[in-house]
Unconditional design. Structure first.
Length: 747
């Protein structure tokens, strides 16, 4: 044991703890990130009574909820600037110095800011990720998304890719908001809005051209037919509207441009008062820009009187000390009839991150750290408990100890020891938070020395002792209860679904595999990312429920493994990306590519596209109605599993059965509930061409289920000129399972 350090943390839940006079904030109204800003200047008990580093922010972007009847003028009174609002929740820039005083206002009910999300490109230790249009997905002829807004909140868009133009070469993208231009002509006077074909062609793509995620996602959900019809998005005639989203992957240059936009916008609106607060990159944006990205798309749809579904292939891990009440309330307010939001479930199902210690038992386990990162865990209990760490080290160090009474709601407690040289400095930080009445959560961080960070898989054994129940949560990217390499990966670990998709009114999507490899442009067979589950089932690392409140998530599953879609032509092609390039295209005088990627980032836009088809059939669909369609029409990949469940939700989405259900013909006798796998339907005016079959009987049914025509297929063509305009079901009977089935057409 001479290479280990013992860290004993005795934590007492301090129900009656109050903020110090210096901060004097109503901490129960604040989320942990805001509490950190309020208390950053407080004395920190510990060896030498060290102080925490000063906060680097002088202003934060936050959600502020006001009481009914409270005048919004209370916000500028405290130096805040309102960017937007939904109901009584305001998106505001709040000076850090004003957080405490604002929280004490009786008319302020809640203030919230949480970490920015990250793209769901891959699972733990993924190489490269992006998103593509599911090749070979059979789509109904009657519904293509026409008239529906498909919104993509993401990063890294190439407007010029052939997947985003129609057959005549005209752009199908209607509007894009780019937050990284440094301008003030964009939505809410931030960045730039490209709202004409001329502006889009001139811009060519968004400022974050090094990213390719958004281009892939957009291609899956709404891309046009390319590659001689081999590839197409799900809602390939929809209207595309995109918002660049501030995620945790932005570069310093991009973030600086965004600050410049906000600074200039604030200066135009309120003079120099708040402008002085946000100079020198001292504004923390957190997750507020994600909400604005979604709202921009919804506002466009409202202005143009169109139904809308927004795809969000991003999210963040659940934890035990963070509240998302205002975020959920605001997103709920943006949904409703013809307003749907789709989120990815996350790709961390191969990491065990949640443990629950029963009452009167001792938890004894091991926590594995990802190299070169700061591991952290959160704990929650309504009882006193003691946490002991035993960290694997290269050299012996002094014992770190945090006294129980030193851990408070209004400050960090930290202690530091050094063994031999500064390179072996080990720091442990603890902080308490009020989560809900009677329960306190704690965050404990270990700042690892270089000697540990250089280990392939550093780890710590630890013990939790308490008479009560204690919940313990690691982090999928830094600290898990299983080894973070392929030898330690597990299958669909619970509690790995992500925020905000876990909210009831959001549609959250898991990922399934239907292709175990692809053939790249060099003729090599490659696999975009590993999967230990069989093809045709949920991918082994797909985020899995339940939520921390026990709710059923995800809601649905869709293809998303080795999926092919548009690649951003302005992104440099490195070795790993080059291996996944599938097909070369030409257009606009340049070369474009399709490439393959894997992740819930890819499965979410499949569902987004399908919902666009459903909205074309019924523009009044609500999130609840969509879930009812899932329950009635989704297929069940694993018989006997019981649906809905924590891996698949209601099962594998079925676009066609959903359309049959919406049109009221799902139970009509003689109409197959599936499309023929190898028959190809093409409608030219009122001439229906059916390829891939020989002799066949073609029966045409109205939406009321009545037979209106029956003919033998002659030369692959059926004349429908005697039928009035409308939607019809076409039943094809060939005697062959792969060419027998039905489809929908619109005359």
């Amino acid at each position: 044991m001479n290479k280990c350090t013992l860290i004993a943390i005795a934590i007492l839940l301090l129900y009656g703890t109050k903020a110090t006079a210096q901060s004097d904030a109503e901490l129960s109204k604040l989320t942990p990130l805001l509490i950190e800003h309020v208390s950053a200047q407080q004395p920190v008990p510990g060896r030498g009574m060290k102080k925490a580093p000063a906060a680097t922010a002088t202003a934060v972007a936050a959600l502020v909820k006001l009481a009914d009847g409270q005048d919004a003028g209370i916000l500028p009174k405290h130096g805040c600037v309102v960017i937007d609002s939904v109901g009584s929740i305001y998106i505001a820039i709040v000076p850090v110095a004003s957080i405490g005083a604002l929280s004490r206002e009786a008319g302020v009910l809640r203030m919230e800011a949480n970490k920015a999300s990250h793209s769901m490109l891959d699972s733990t230790a993924a190489a490269i990720k992006a998103v593509p249009a599911y090749e070979g997905l059979s789509l109904p002829q009657a519904y293509t998304g026409k008239g529906v807004v498909v919104g993509i909140a993401d990063t890294g868009f190439d407007f010029t890719h052939p997947m985003f133009t129609d057959a005549g070469g005209h752009l199908r993208i209607k509007q894009v908001w780019d937050i990284y231009t440094g301008g003030t002509s964009g939505y809410k006077h931030i960045g730039t809005t490209y709202d004409t074909p001329e502006k889009l062609w001139a811009a060519r793509g968004t400022c974050d051209s090094a990213q390719h995620h958004g281009t892939h996602v957009m291609g899956i959900a709404a891309g046009s037919m390319v590659g001689k019809g081999k590839y197409r998005g799900i809602a390939y005639e929809s209207d595309i509207v995109a918002s660049l989203t501030f995620l945790d992957t932005g570069t310093e240059e991009q973030t600086n441009a965004l600050y410049e936009s906000i600074n200039a916008s604030l200066k135009q609106g309120v003079g120099d008062t708040l402008f002085n607060y946000v100079l020198n990159q001292k504004l923390f944006l957190y997750n507020v820009m994600e909400i604005l990205a979604i709202k921009h798309i919804m506002d466009y749809a409202e202005e143009h009187g169109q139904p809308c579904v927004v795809n969000c292939s991003f999210g963040s891990q659940m934890d035990l000390n963070t509240s998302y009440d205002l975020l959920e309330e605001m997103l709920n307010a943006l949904t409703g009839p013809g307003r749907i939001i789709v989120y990815s479930a996350g790709n961390s199902g191969d990491g065990i991150i949640y443990k629950r210690k029963p009452a009167y038992e001792t938890f004894d386990g091991r926590l594995w750290f990802k190299s070169s990162l700061t591991p952290a865990i959160t704990l929650r209990s309504s009882s006193d408990f003691v946490l002991k760490f035993l960290v694997d080290m290269k050299s012996t160090m002094d014992t770190l100890c945090i006294p129980s009474k030193a851990v408070g709601f209004d400050r960090d407690f930290r202690d530091t020891v050094v063994s031999g040289n500064l390179a072996d400095t080990l720091v442990c930080v603890a902080r308490a938070y009020q989560t809900y009445p009677g329960t306190v959560s704690y965050e404990v961080k270990l700042l690892l020395p270089t000697t540990i960070a250089n280990y392939v898989s550093p780890s710590a054994s630890f013990v939790v002792e308490s008479e009560g129940e204690v919940e313990i949560m690691g982090q999928s990217e830094t600290a898990t209860f299983n080894r973070l390499n392929k030898s330690g990966y597990v299958i669909n670990a619970p509690y790995t679904v992500c925020v905000p998709g876990i909210f009831d009114r959001m549609i959250q999507v898991g990922v399934m595999s239907f292709r175990d490899s692809i053939m790249n442009v060099g003729g090599d067979k490659v696999n975009c990312f590993y999967n230990t589950n069989p093809t045709g089932q949920i991918v082994s690392w797909s985020g899995t429920g339940p939520t921390l409140t026990g709710n059923m998530k995800p809601d649905i599953a869709a293809p998303g493994h080795n999926v092919v879609s548009a690649f951003n032509s302005y992104t440099p092609i490195g070795k790993k990306i080059g291996e996944m390039l599938v097909e070369e295209l030409t257009g606009n005088g340049k070369t474009y590519y399709m490439n393959a990627e894997s992740g819930t980032s890819m499965s979410a836009p499949v569902v987004t596209g399908v919902i666009a088809l459903w909205l074309q059939a019924d523009p009044t669909l609500t999130p609840e109605a969509v879930k009812e369609l899932f329950a009635k029409t989704a297929s069940h990949p694993e018989a006997g599993a019981g649906y809905p469940n924590y891996r698949y939700g209601y099962g594998l989405i079925d676009a066609y059965k959903g359309l049959l259900e919406i049109n009221g013909i799902s139970g009509v006798e003689h109409i197959s509930a599936h499309q023929p796998a190898k028959a190809v339907f093409t409608l030219n005016g009122k001439m229906l061409q059916i390829g891939g079959v020989g002799r066949a009987t073609v029966s045409i049914y109205g939406i009321d289920g009545k037979l209106v025509m029956r003919k033998q297929l002659v030369n692959g063509t059926v004349d429908l000129s005697q039928l009035a305009g409308g939607v019809y079901a076409v039943q094809l009977d060939t005697g062959d399972k792969e060419t027998t089935g039905s489809t929908l057409i619109r005359l």
